[in-house]
Design a protein around this ligand. Structure first.
Ligand SMILES: Cc1ncc(COP(=O)(O)O)c(C=O)c1O
Ligand SMILES: Nc1ccccc1C(=O)C[C@H](N)C(=O)O
Length: 425
């Protein structure tokens, strides 16, 4: 446990930080501390550059940008898949940068959910992000199945964490497909994906993961773990920009599966412009693309992902854990008298890259933080989420945020606000 609570100790940690120089590559909020990179990552100069290059290509080349741009648009999704693959432990052909999180989930469920005989149910959990549940329910309804009977949601014993034992116990012979988060969006708990994939396959069930809160935050080995599919967004830890194009992974053992939602960009590249009414799908994860890629929402990823490949996920994870451990230590000591409850795992193996601080006044404490130019986010009913990001936050940021929280609590500054969330929290 931490012994030194001085700011100069935080500065010492920053001086020995091997990733410190990356901070200068980002546009940081002026006079503020950004702690929300798990919701929307910041713009980097490299991402700005690659976006501007694609605009320039459009300006100069028009339609020829598809084949003659600096990064030809026709292959941009594939090029970015190559940059995403090492971050999730996959082969490049198993990845595609396409769609969005929710759209990719629809595509993957449409492709891999094959109710048959007794095996007709989908297993998810009660803590996952709502969009996933909306998508799963609508997929069931499209097949004429009632979500009340066909969607099974594993309960959490405490509203924060899921137990792998409970999930495995719910893998009955009625389950056809499992969809779970890699990292829970509130508590930041990491599920043991290798164990869950093994248990699912022993029971002849397919398993897919929502990796929104883990991609760019922790290393993965989706291929070696045998995960059937995964999907994620590139706008959080990967800093691809608001609404940036998402990603999907399909294990190579499933290559050749007919896409549930077909479209011409899922074609084999050499066949696509034959304009044949019989589709020839790509023989890799590219088959799950649907329509024309959103080039301007892909382009920033070229610059953004370059940094991740340069640094490597191991180094990012090492710094991320050091930052969250430091934040936990400060919260448990400096903020001990104020009624905060740490709603994230202490255990490093189960801890993602953001922390959840629970407090009955959380909504208005977030407003008071914003008045101090600290950017957290609030998740109902009582969570302040803080994400110190390895590439651009410092130990001093963490120290300062905790001191600001102490001031807010000491002076009851939060009482100046109403304890309800903003429209976008
Ligand atoms: C875990 C998780 N799943 C799904 C979503 C929805 O993603 P999108 O709006 O990009 O479809 C989000 C965030 O918005 C998320 O955090
Ligand atoms: N896409 C967004 C658009 C607007 C505001 C937030 C989001 C988020 O991504 C929130 C995030 N998924 C979360 O874990 O809460």
């Amino acid at each position: 446990m931490l012994q030194d609570f001085t700011r100069s100790y935080a500065e010492t940690l920053d001086k020995s930080d091997a990733l410190a120089r990356y901070r200068e590559e980002f546009y940081l909020p002026q006079d503020g501390i950004y702690m929300d990179g798990n919701s929307l990552g910041l713009l980097s100069k490299r991402a700005e550059q690659t976006l501007l290059e694609s605009l320039q290509d459009w300006k100069e080349l028009g339609i020829d940008g598809w084949m003659s741009g600096r990064h030809p648009w026709f292959n941009l999704s594939e090029e970015l898949a190559g940059l995403n693959a090492p971050l999730i432990g996959a082969r490049a052909e198993e990845v595609m940068v396409t769609g969005s999180t929710t759209v990719n989930l629809h595509q993957l469920v449409a492709s891999f959910y094959k109710p048959e005989g007794k095996k007709t149910k989908i297993l998810a959990d009660t803590l996952t992000f709502p969009s996933d549940i909306y998508a799963l329910k609508s997929q069931l309804e499209l097949r004429g199945l009632n979500p009340e009977d066909h969607l099974v949601q594993v309960e959490s014993p405490d509203g924060r964490y899921l137990r792998e034992d409970d999930i495995i116990a719910a893998m009955t012979d009625e389950i056809a497909l499992i969809v779970l988060p890699t990292v829970l969006y509130r508590s930041g708990q990491i599920l043991d994906m290798a164990r869950l994939a093994k248990a699912a396959h022993e029971r002849d069930i397919l398993i897919g993961f929502d990796a929104c809160h883990s991609v760019g935050a922790i290393p993965h080995a989706f291929h070696d773990w045998g995960v059937d599919f995964a999907y994620w967004c590139n706008y959080k830890h990967l800093n691809g920009g608001p609404g940036s194009v998402g990603g999907l992974f399909v294990h190579e053992r499933h290559f050749g599966t007919t896409p549930g939602l077909a479209g011409w960009f899922g074609s084999r590249k050499d066949k696509q412009f034959d304009m044949d009414h019989t589709m020839t799908p790509a023989d890799h994860a590219g088959a799950f693309q649907i329509g024309t890629p959103h080039v301007l929402s892909l382009a920033p990823q070229l610059g953004a992902l370059e940094m991740f490949n340069e640094v490597g996920m191991e180094a990012i994870r090492e710094k991320s854990l050091a930052l969250t451990t430091y934040l936990m230590d400060l919260v448990e000591t400096v903020l001990a008298p104020y009624g905060f409850v740490l709603g994230s795992p202490r255990d490093e193996a189960a801890r993602g890259a953001h922390l959840s601080l629970e407090h009955p006044e959380a909504a208005r404490i977030c407003k008071a933080l914003k008045q101090h130019r600290v950017i957290p986010d609030f998740r109902a009913p009582n969570i302040i989420r803080l994400a110190p990001v390895a590439l651009y936050n410092t130990f001093t940021d963490v120290y300062d945020v905790v001191q600001i929280l102490k001031t807010i609590m000491d002076d009851k500054e939060y009482e100046a606000f109403v304890n309800v969330r903003e429209v976008v929290a």
